[in-house]
Write a protein that binds this ligand. Structure first.
Ligand SMILES: CC(C)(COP(=O)(O)OP(=O)(O)OC[C@H]1O[C@@H](n2cnc3c(N)ncnc32)[C@H](O[C@H]2O[C@H](COP(=O)(O)OP(=O)(O)OP(=O)(O)O)[C@@H](O)[C@H]2O)[C@@H]1O)[C@@H](O)C(=O)NCCC(=O)NCCS
Ligand SMILES: Nc1ncnc2[nH]cnc12
Length: 299
């Protein structure tokens, strides 16, 4: 069941690590890690995607391209398997965080210091852990079950973490303009992903749209709503509001279901690049949706 913006509240709980680990079928972690890596690839491959890197071009970025992202996502495979295992054991958030910090170091080594996937390490890492938790209890990893497990297992710790003062660019931008930071999104169990992106994805899918259209529609829905701190970091509040207005305009005339939508989205891409705007938080939200879709197919 989806709840509107309910803060995560319950305390860390669950079976003992050993008992939960036994409940997981062999190879489950490998499948989930593969789903996470493929989801990062899905996100990279989607084009047009305003301001962002794809195989077509580097968008608003002059320090990275699709090859940088490929190196990064390949390097993260071990991380996703490891955090899934920790999740299955019901490990405390501090253990997940250590695993995430090590993954950031792995990413930076693979990209020679470029931040490709810091946000994705956080959101996809938490989702892998939540999937592990669901599977350890013998459940199916539906989006609703994954969200509930995230809330129930690490809710209180994520809410506590969101109180810390971040010195990273996104956290600084969130504080300066009163936006909801990545950490706050996590403390609410990612409402933009589950309450905005997921319904848009499902609606487009039921309408029989192509996979590219479904992904693009979900991406633009996120762009219209998420407090994307990368947009604010680069373009201030004005940049964030401008980007949102472009998304609303695109969706109002039929979104990715309208005739000629691709040409409109490419035109928007060029306008984002001219302003050097990059919605990195929305890119991470799209990866999360691609992951949920892929992981839902694993028995
Ligand atoms: C837990 C963190 C994610 C906390 O992040 P914080 O908010 O403190 O600051 P940032 O790391 O700067 O920003 C968060 C990243 O999350 C994405 N994001 C932005 N807005 C949101 C949002 N509202 N909700 C969810 N996610 C959001 C975004 O990531 C993507 O963009 C990055 C690329 O940006 P780019 O502009 O190219 O690169 P920069 O070098 O940052 O700037 P330029 O100079 O080039 O302009 C890319 O990473 C995408 O994934 C935000 O970047 C986490 O970062 C954190 O706390 N890390 C510390 C270590 C840790 O604890 N890690 C383990 C956690 S389990
Ligand atoms: N494709 C992409 N381009 C730029 N920043 C990103 N952050 C995550 N994915 C991204």
């Amino acid at each position: 069941m989806l709840r509107m913006n309910t803060p995560l509240a319950s305390k860390h709980h669950g079976p003992t690590p050993a008992a939960a680990a036994h409940a997981l079928p062999a190879g489950q972690g490998t499948l989930v890690a593969r789903a996470a890596v493929l989801a990062l690839h899905d996100e990279l491959a989607l084009a047009p995607k305003p301001g962002l890197v794809s195989f077509a071009d580097s968008g608003s970025h002059d320090d990275m391209d699709a090859q940088t992202f490929l190196r990064s996502l390949m390097a993260l495979r071990g991380y996703f398997g490891a955090i899934h295992g920790l999740g299955a054991q019901g490990a405390p958030f501090a253990a997940l965080e250590r695993c995430g910090i090590a993954a950031e170091a792995t990413m930076l080594q693979a990209t020679q210091g470029i931040n490709t996937h810091r946000g994705a390490i956080f959101i996809l890492g938490l989702l892998c852990a939540a999937v592990g938790r669901v599977q350890a209890h013998g459940g199916a990893a539906t989006p609703e079950a994954v969200r509930d497990a995230l809330r129930a297992t690490w809710g209180a710790e994520l809410a506590e973490r969101a109180q810390r003062t971040s010195q990273l660019p996104g956290g600084v931008a969130a504080r300066r303009w009163g936006l909801r930071s990545a950490s706050e999104e996590a403390a609410l169990a990612f409402p933009a992903v589950f309450e905005v992106g997921l319904p848009a994805w499902r609606q487009a899918q039921s309408a029989g749209w192509s996979h590219q259209q479904v992904q693009a529609q979900a991406f633009f829905a996120l762009l219209g709503q998420l407090d994307d701190c990368n947009l604010a970091h680069r373009g201030g509040l004005k940049g964030l509001h401008w980007a949102r207005a472009q998304a609303h305009g695109f969706l109002a005339v039929g979104g990715a279901g309208a005739p000629g939508w691709e040409a409109s989205a490419w035109a928007l891409h060029r306008r984002f690049v001219a302003r050097r705007l990059s919605p990195g938080g929305c890119a991470d939200g799209l990866s999360a949706l691609c992951f949920l879709q892929r992981v839902g197919r694993i028995a």
